[in-house]
Write a protein that binds this ligand. Structure first.
Ligand code: RBF
Length: 359
């Protein structure tokens, strides 16, 4: 008798109420009803509106491209879900204000964004809008009831890239010189960079040869390819033969200079060998698209545990050294591939443990 009634209620909701909710695009969450059978059915059709906030510009920054793609992939699977992408641009002093105007609309069930500074950009805003939920990938915050965060172990990712840089720099590959110098061009400084990325890169290289030194340059923005190219030239003049790039779209300037001067680039965040074949010699990918898809799916289904900060390691499948791409296989001699694989495997298997420091 009870199940017949539940079925009837469910049928009524599916036939009449659900289409109305979808058509009106109502974005407020369903209120807790008194009838248990109704709770279940309403939860499965609750509308869900997501704001995907890109702190910068999407094009040219793989983590941001993956952020948008991963979210869109899941939103497309749920007819009652929608998303809006908001780019905050390169002027970081405007980010807080622009973020406020997104949240103040009251339209979004969750705001999803990506980079280590964003939990702090949103902190004050969260107390002004206590109903607003925030999802951070590539960032870390723990214990805030409106926030959930997911941080990659970038010591592992950077160690893998540093190790390959060390192998190339000490090799007789074309363009490699006898100086024990590698370099990195970073757009700006931030704790994840200073505590995970740069030390991981340096340690990976020094595991090959403890005499290797790192030429470290700060560009000052995430877009100036000409200036990044100028920095690359001066590093190469000083004896650097492999350059890591953490400078978003500005990295194209480094690719061009390294192509002209027969030097090599180490690339973070995704498989980008095709952007400069033979020049980009190593890519350490973060599977941000996969992570974002999982997080958005959980958010739609009410499964996100707010208040938690999750740290993701290579063993969890979110970090990969891309060694199957034909451009990698064609650029790197087999003996170096084999040396590199040993280190990558030891990280993937957990034999070599590289901890995430306190940020
Ligand atoms: N990475 C990019 O690729 N493009 C960007 O525009 C960009 N902007 C950032 C702004 C800030 C304030 C911070 C802290 C990081 C930014 N990142 C950007 C870096 C990104 O979060 C990540 O650390 C690197 O891409 C290396 O994985």
């Amino acid at each position: 008798m009870k199940s017949t009634k539940s079925l009837l209620v469910a049928a009524v909701i599916l036939l009449f109420i659900a289409p109305v909710l979808i058509v009106t695009g109502c974005q407020k969450k369903a209120e807790t009803p008194t009838e248990p059978a109704v709770v279940k059915e309403e939860a499965t059709v609750a509308p869900f509106a997501l704001a995907v906030v890109v702190p910068g510009v999407t094009a040219g920054s793989p983590l941001y491209e993956q952020l948008v793609e991963g979210a869109q992939q899941v939103i497309d699977q749920y007819p009652q879900a929608s998303m809006k992408v908001v780019e905050l641009g390169f002027n970081q002093s405007e980010w807080g204000e622009k973020m406020t105007s997104v949240v103040a609309t009251g339209r979004y069930d969750a705001v999803l964004t990506s980079n280590p500074s964003m939990p702090f950009v949103c902190m004050e805003l969260a107390s002004q809008f206590p109903e607003q939920k925030f999802l951070f990938v590539d960032g870390f915050i723990e214990g805030h009831p409106q926030m959930a965060s997911f941080l990659y172990n970038q010591v592992e990712q950077s160690y893998m890239l540093g190790h390959l840089a060390g192998l190339i720099s000490t090799s007789d590959m074309p363009g490699a010189n006898a100086d024990l110098k590698i370099g990195i061009i970073v757009a700006q400084e931030y704790p994840a960079l200073n505590k995970m990325i740069v030390p991981g890169f340096e340690q990976g290289a020094q595991a090959v040869n403890s005499g290797i030194t790192l030429d470290y340059r700060v560009l000052g923005n995430w877009y100036d390819a000409n200036k990044a190219g100028e920095l690359a030239k001066s590093m190469i003049d000083a004896g650097v033969d492999v350059i890591g790039v953490i400078c978003g779209g500005a990295a194209t300037g480094v690719f061009e200079v390294c192509a002209d001067r027969n030097k090599y680039v180490m690339y973070w965040d995704d498989n980008s060998y095709a952007k400069a074949p033979g020049v980009i010699a190593g890519c350490g990918a973060l599977h941000q698209k996969m992570l974002v898809a999982e997080v958005v799916d959980d958010a739609i289904n009410g499964k996100v545990e707010y208040g938690t900060g999750v740290k993701l390691n290579a063993r969890d499948g979110y970090i990969e050294f891309v060694d199957t791409d034909p451009n990698y296989l064609n650029t790197i001699p087999e003996s170096i591939q084999a040396e590199q694989k040993k280190v990558v495997d030891s990280i993937m298997s957990g034999t070599l443990v590289l901890e995430v420091p306190e940020l």
